[in-house]
Design a protein around this ligand. Structure first.
Ligand code: BG6
Length: 489
């Protein structure tokens, strides 16, 4: 089991402090870190929001939400008693210059501890908040600022945000979150690739036929429909989570775990991505939108129903064929797909190895393409290697596919920590290796902007799919045309 080393004393200020992310992800993450003894006495968590709450009212709100969210076995009244004393609330509108004094009063006198500003707000506020913190003298030597994704809505807006935040904070104190980088199995992908000599010699175009990355969600856009309709799946999921997974799978071995070494290698992958422009979108992209259907036997609305009948061309599903144009990956397609209201929630990376060059079992076609490495990010985190073996016993020579389970990183039955737990601790420690550097974010946006321009220019149709399926038929056809298929759900 991993050991929990306490962090140094800190003040964490959360803008958007009563928002969905703060209540659903950040507070439970901090509560768990406190539970494991990682938060020293005296650390403060200061939430900032526009609504008016007293400290006690705010604590009651967080307490209610933790009780509702955490299983009974993870919530203790005793820990809540001490955790709640760390919480404070400040009412402020970050856009109103007269509102900063309240926060300043709370922070004054605590300049010698680590200070983290977590911006869990709309990205359009990032620049204004960074300037407000700077103008009001709240930037201390041990400061960090966390930008929740999305950083912008396209390349131009991402650049503007990075410029404005960069005027106030040095780059090494800016932590751009992509919570997928904090997931246990994403970390394990690095261990698998670079702590074993077995896979690396096979990790190239000579041995791999294709790579598939799937992030499938069964939930719809629900309460976020207004926001989502402005954004769509390509911006919400592909620009960040999917591209980070692609980078970690495709990158060259970094020379160390050093923050710059890993990020430099990811950046090289981004630079090697073949652009998908107007001429390629038709063959290499599929955009879909869910219609009413059923998930686990329960009827669910279509996307347009959730928008109350408003017309929309926003995609809730994307499939892409991506080429990494370098020596290692030449002609190996990376197929990416992600969507809402699909059959079930799971995320995985499948490395499909090439077929054996000659089969001595010609009647067993499956045996030729059996080898694949399946890296499951969620649920049931783990890694499986699929092999062919002889079916034991007398009689005819039969083969069967067996899965070698490599996932025994034995958590001893313990809970896997949520990605935000790891990432918050890394922020406090000041280690940006698991966060996106400015150039990564901007380059990813440029690549995505091109696809969006291609969709607009070519009037790429939105393919309907029934909720509860694996997405539009066009997504299967995209692989079918190349004699391949998605690894089944
Ligand atoms: C977020 C997206 O970044 O990731 C959401 O904005 C999505 O739309 C979520 O649902 C998925 O995260 P996870 O960890 O549940 O796979």
């Amino acid at each position: 089991m991993a050991k929990f080393v306490p962090v140094e004393i800190f003040d964490l200020v959360i803008f958007g402090g009563v928002g969905d992310l703060a209540l659903r992800k950040l507070m439970p993450a901090l509560y768990h870190r406190d539970h494991d003894g990682q938060l020293p006495a005296g650390c403060r968590i200061i939430s900032v929001g526009r609504s008016t709450f007293s400290n006690d009212e705010f604590r009651a709100k967080v307490g209610g939400s933790l009780r509702e969210k955490l299983p009974d076995s993870e919530f203790s009244d005793e820990l809540w008693g001490s955790f709640s004393q760390r919480l404070q609330y400040v009412t402020a509108d970050a856009l109103d210059p007269s509102n900063w004094q309240g926060l300043k009063n709370v922070l004054d006198g605590f300049e010698d501890r680590i200070r983290v500003f977590y911006l869990a707000t709309a990205p359009k506020l990032f620049g204004a908040i960074a300037s407000g913190l700077s103008q009001n003298g709240m930037i201390t030597p041990e400061v960090r600022i966390v930008l929740e994704k999305p950083v912008g809505n396209d390349y131009a807006s991402a650049r503007e945000i990075n410029d404005r935040v960069g005027e106030c904070f040095p780059e090494d104190s800016i932590f751009r979150i992509d919570h997928y980088l904090g997931k246990e199995t994403v970390q394990n992908l690095l261990a698998l690739r670079f702590a074993n000599s077995l896979f690396e010699p096979l990790w190239n175009r000579g041995n791999i036929d294709n790579v598939q990355i799937t992030v499938s969600e069964d939930l719809g856009v629900g309460g976020r429909v207004e926001f989502y309709d402005q954004v769509g799946t390509l911006r919400d999921m592909v620009q960040n989570h999917m591209m980070q997974l692609l980078c970690l799978t495709a990158m060259e071995p970094p020379t160390s775990q050093d923050q710059e070494a890993v990020r430099n290698e990811k950046m090289k992958v981004l630079r090697a991505l073949k652009p998908i422009g107007p001429a390629e979108v038709k063959r290499s992209t599929v955009r879909g939108q869910y219609q009413a259907g059923a998930i686990d036997g329960e009827a669910v609305d279509g996307y347009l129903d959730e928008l109350r009948g408003k017309d929309s061309r926003t995609e809730t599903f994307v499939a892409l064929k991506v080429q990494v144009d370098n020596w290692r990956w030449s002609n190996v397609p990376f197929y990416l797909r992600t969507g809402k209201r699909l059959k079930k929630k799971y995320s995985e990376i499948v490395i499909q190895f090439q077929a054996v060059p000659h089969s001595i079992f010609p009647e067993l076609i499956d045996a030729r393409t059996a080898n694949r490495l399946i890296i499951r990010l969620q649920p049931d985190e783990g890694v499986k290697l699929s092999l062919m073996a002889k079916d034991p016993g007398p009689g005819g020579f039969e083969l069967r596919q067996v899965a070698l389970d490599l996932s025994d990183c034995d958590s001893g039955g313990a809970r896997y920590p949520d990605a935000y737990e790891r990432l918050l601790v890394e922020v406090i420690r000041g280690n940006p290796a698991l966060f996106m550097r400015r150039d990564e974010v901007e380059f990813a946006w440029r690549w995505i902007d091109r696809i969006i321009a291609g969709w607009d220019e070519s009037a790429q149709p939105i393919e309907a799919y029934v909720a509860g399926t694996s997405g539009p038929t066009a997504s299967s056809l995209m692989l079918d045309r190349e004699g391949r298929s998605w690894f089944p759900d």
